[in-house]
Ligand binder design. Structure first.
Ligand code: ZN
Length: 310
C-alpha cells in the first residue's frame, strides 16, 4: 500500500530572513530571521523529515538510501532535487550558479544548479534581478570590474503568481519583500557576484568574481517557459517549465481533480487554499512526495498546488 509522504522542513536562520513562514503557514520557525525552509530536501546541509505514517522520523535522504522503490528504483547517488520556501526581508546577494560541467571540473565533482522561482507573495513594488545588459563578454567584465551594477543588472517588477526559470549561468537575486517557492537541482554551488557592499560581522562576505565571469551566460537570453493554461472544468493546469532537470506544473483546483502519477516520483507543494488528497486534509504550506506506482490521486477542495517531476 503506497502512501503520500509529508515532510517537516529544515529551517535556516539568516540575516535577511523574516517571519512570514510563521504567520502564513503556521510553521514553528526557530526565530524572527528565518529566511529558508528546505521543504523537500535530502541535502546533507539540511534534511526534511517525514512527518507521519510508516516512514515517520526518517529523512528524505534515508528514504532515498533505504527505500529506493519509492522513487521507482531510479539510479543516482543523490536525490536530484531540492525545494525551498524563501522569505526575503532584505535583498539577497547577486549570484550565479555554474552548469554541471563547470561544477564537476572546478568544485570537486559537484553538480551545477538550475533553478526556478514561483512568487508566493510579495510587497507592493517588489522586484527581482534576473540577467544582465552586457552585449559581449568584454563588456560584461568591464561593467563588473567598474562596479556598474545599476547599468549591468536587469531588474523586473514582480507579482504574486509570477514564475521565473533560472538556468545555470543566469545572474539572479531575490530582493526585499519576496516570499517564493524555489525548485532546484540539489546543489549548493553558488558564486556571489555582488553583495551591495554590505558587511557581516564587520567584514564583506566573500565574492567569486573570477568564477562568476567564467560562468555567466553572455549575452543574457531571456527564458519565457510558461505554457498555456489548460481548462479542465473543475481545475486548470499550466506547465511552468519543462527542462532537462525538472518539469513544474501549476494546478488550480476548484472542486475536484484527479492526477495520475506516472513518474519515478512526484513532489507536491500546496501553495494556497486547502482541501484533501485521497481524503487526507491538506493546507497551504504542506509539502509531500507522491511515490512511484502510486496510481491516481484524487484531489478535492479549493487550492493551488505546484507539482514537480523529473
Ligand atoms: Zn540561486
Amino acid at each position: 500500500m503506497k502512501e503520500l509522504i509529508f515532510f517537516k522542513p529544515f529551517f535556516k536562520q539568516v540575516l535577511w530572513g523574516g517571519t512570514k513562514m510563521r504567520t502564513r503557514y503556521g510553521y514553528e520557525i526557530p526565530g524572527d530571521h528565518t529566511g529558508e525552509a528546505w521543504v523537500i530536501s535530502a541535502n546533507p546541509h539540511g534534511q526534511s523529515i517525514v512527518r507521519e505514517g510508516i516512514y515517520k522520523g526518517l529523512s528524505l535522504g534515508q528514504l532515498w538510501e533505504e527505500h529506493r522503490e519509492l522513487f521507482g528504483d531510479m539510479e543516482g547517488k543523490e536525490f536530484p532535487l531540492l525545494v525551498k520556501v524563501i522569505d526575503a526581508d532584505d535583498h539577497l546577494s547577486i549570484q550565479v550558479h555554474p552548469n554541471d560541467d563547470y561544477a564537476f571540473l572546478h568544485e570537486h565533482g559537484s553538480r551545477g544548479k538550475t533553478e526556478c522561482w514561483y512568487i508566493l507573495d510579495c510587497d507592493e513594488g517588489a522586484d527581482i534581478i534576473i540577467g544582465h545588459h552586457a552585449g559581449t563578454r568584454q563588456e560584461l567584465e568591464e561593467m563588473i570590474d567598474g562596479g556598474r551594477w545599476e547599468d549591468l543588472l536587469r531588474r523586473f517588477p514582480i507579482h504574486k503568481g509570477d514564475f521565473f526559470y533560472i538556468p545555470s549561468g543566469t545572474v539572479h537575486a531575490i530582493r526585499k519583500g519576496t516570499l517564493l517557492l524555489e525548485v532546484q537541482q540539489n546543489s549548493d554551488t553558488t558564486y556571489r557576484l555582488y553583495d551591495y557592499g554590505r558587511l557581516q560581522d564587520g567584514k564583506p562576505r566573500e565574492l567569486h568574481l573570477k568564477q562568476s565571469k567564467d560562468v555567466i551566460t553572455c549575452p543574457h537570453s531571456r527564458q519565457n517557459t510558461c505554457g498555456p493554461v489548460s481548462n479542465h472544468g473543475t481545475y486548470e493546469t499550466c506547465t511552468l517549465v519543462e527542462s532537462q532537470y525538472f518539469t513544474v506544473v501549476k494546478w488550480n483546483v476548484k472542486g475536484q481533480a484527479s492526477m495520475s502519477q506516472d513518474y519515478p516520483f512526484m513532489l507536491m507543494d500546496i501553495t494556497s487554499g486547502k482541501g484533501t488528497l485521497d481524503g487526507i486534509p491538506v493546507t497551504a504550506g504542506d509539502h509531500l512526495l507522491v511515490p512511484a506506482d502510486y496510481g491516481t490521486l484524487q484531489i478535492q477542495g479549493e487550492m493551488e498546488l505546484i507539482a514537480t517531476h523529473i
